[in-house]
Design a protein around this ligand. Structure first.
Ligand code: ACO
Length: 428
């Protein structure tokens, strides 16, 4: 079968570029010879039409609102699987059998502690420090305590690095929460599963017996599953970009945490609750804020609405909305900010500005609501997202290194000053 090609006519000449086929979704034009042949580069701000890699991990269709992990639809995964199994699936490509699952869980539990010196590091941060800054620093610091570079040619080495980071990261996330709250830190308990253990490390108080609430465990598990991977988003691309310089796994993930922190990315779940609180304090006039969001002279945006890729609906938002409803009912929670969220959703979904631009509530609109219901402080929301996204970052880093992707180094179209001579300061 002959390969599809794209013909480019430029400057009186014709150039052919092969089309790279996909199993589903976007196909790519391989333009790797473009600059050599034509002197041209492509320009695509925000990489809206640019494929940075060929990947086998996650597929999403923004127009249809579909998301698959390794081919499995997110709806089936969210209903039937659990976060530990999803981590295995993303990392290894297939669902584990019982023995593989047990070995994976045991592998994680082997590293279910963090060096005491790390506690001293946490102590020196002010309590007011944003947990994402603390988490990024601590993750990078893990390199100091585990300096051996991962040998990507060794499956055993790769598996150990992934299991070690998965185990230790849950501690770092829980400990940033404890730091924020001014509580003493908790160590892990190997009799619990991953999510239960994290939940206990966060919420166990020193002066009372810890009671596991299965409704909370289920909601947390679901949230972590829904955030586990999302192909080449900003933080994942950051992890891959940093890792493409053969930077170590922990440092690459630390860079991804910084990218996730931003309010246009993972920081949106915090921004959603802050926005709801602001509307509430301002008298709860939802329509006023919808108008502000539509006003081009006002830089206010409805946080939790819109998505770079999903232009019909965010399938994760549908699942999480139901989880949020279930949790609020089960916990008997009545919250003014949550009422405002529901009003906002209704008004925006009927407003032509939002409908015509395909701006729907995204996963972060509802995840913030669940975290708030669980009593998690807003600054911690993005940390919860990071815990969920960790297996995606590791899987993408691993794939990038195993495929031997070259170092990421975009080009630019330069529009600055032309060559000119230096003028001494006294003559300027
Ligand atoms: N409120 C009001 N208007 C919006 C919003 C919003 N939340 N989002 C987009 N728009 C408008 C833009 O002003 C623009 O209007 P115009 O065509 O009249 O100029 C149009 O919709 C397209 O917006 P873009 O910014 O070009 O869309 P893009 O795909 O680049 O941005 C993004 C997507 C960043 C998510 C954006 O919708 C946004 O800022 N949302 C709020 C922040 C948010 O919720 N982020 C979380 C994303 S999910 C995640 O990272 C897990």
């Amino acid at each position: 079968m002959s390969q599809n090609k794209v013909i480019l006519n430029y400057d009186g000449q014709s150039f052919e570029y092969p089309v790279v086929e996909s199993t589903i979704g976007d196909r790519g034009i391989d333009i790797s010879k473009l600059r050599d042949q034509t002197g041209l580069i492509t320009l695509d701000l925000g990489y809206k039409n640019t494929g940075a890699t060929v990947s086998e991990i996650t597929y999403l269709d923004g127009d249809q609102g579909e998301l698959y992990y390794r081919g499995y639809p997110i709806e089936q995964i969210a209903e039937k699987s659990n976060f530990t199994e999803v981590m295995y699936l993303l990392l290894h490509g297939e669902l584990p059998n019982k023995e593989q699952f047990d070995n994976f869980e045991t592998g994680i539990k082997k590293y279910n502690f963090v060096a005491d010196e790390m506690k001293r590091l946490i102590d020196v941060f002010p309590r007011s420090a944003h947990p994402m800054g603390v988490l990024s620093s601590l993750t990078s610091a893990l390199t100091a305590f585990n300096p051996k570079a991962v040998n990507v040619n060794s499956k055993e080495d790769l598996d150990h690095a992934a299991e070690m980071l998965i185990a230790k990261f849950s501690h770092l996330c829980a400990w940033t929460y404890r730091k924020r709250m001014g509580f003493p830190i908790n160590h892990g308990d190997n009799s619990l599963n991953y999510v239960e253990n994290f939940y206990r490390m966060c919420f166990r108080r020193p002066n009372e017996e810890f009671v596991m609430n299965p409704v909370v465990v289920e909601a947390l598990d679901k949230l972590l599953i829904l955030h586990a991977d999302h192909e080449q988003n900003c933080s994942t691309s950051t992890v891959r970009m940093v890792g493409s310089a053969h930077t170590g796994l922990f440092a690459s993930v630390s860079a991804g945490i910084s990218a996730l922190w931003g309010p246009l990315h993972g920081g949106a779940n915090q921004a959603v609750i802050e926005m709801l609180e602001m509307i509430e304090q301002d008298g709860g006039d939802v329509a006023k804020y919808v108008e502000k969001a539509k006003n081009k002279d006002d830089n206010f945006r409805l946080m939790g609405f819109g998505h770079r890729v999903y232009k019909s609906f965010d399938p994760r938002a549908t699942i999480i909305k139901k989880a949020a409803d279930d949790l609020l009912n089960a916990m008997g929670i009545n919250d003014k900010a949550l009422d405002i969220a529901m009003q906002l959703e209704r008004v925006a979904l009927e407003d032509d500005y939002f409908v015509s631009r395909k701006l729907y509530p995204n996963v972060d609109f509802y995840s913030g609501i669940i975290y708030r219901a669980l009593g998690i402080p807003t600054e911690m929301f993005t940390v919860m997202f990071a815990l969920g996204r960790l297996p995606g970052w590791i899987s993408q880093w691993k794939e990038m290194r195993l495929k031997g992707d070259p170092i990421g180094r975009p080009r630019q179209v330069y529009q600055g000053a032309q060559k000119r001579d230096y003028i001494d300061i006294v003559n300027r």
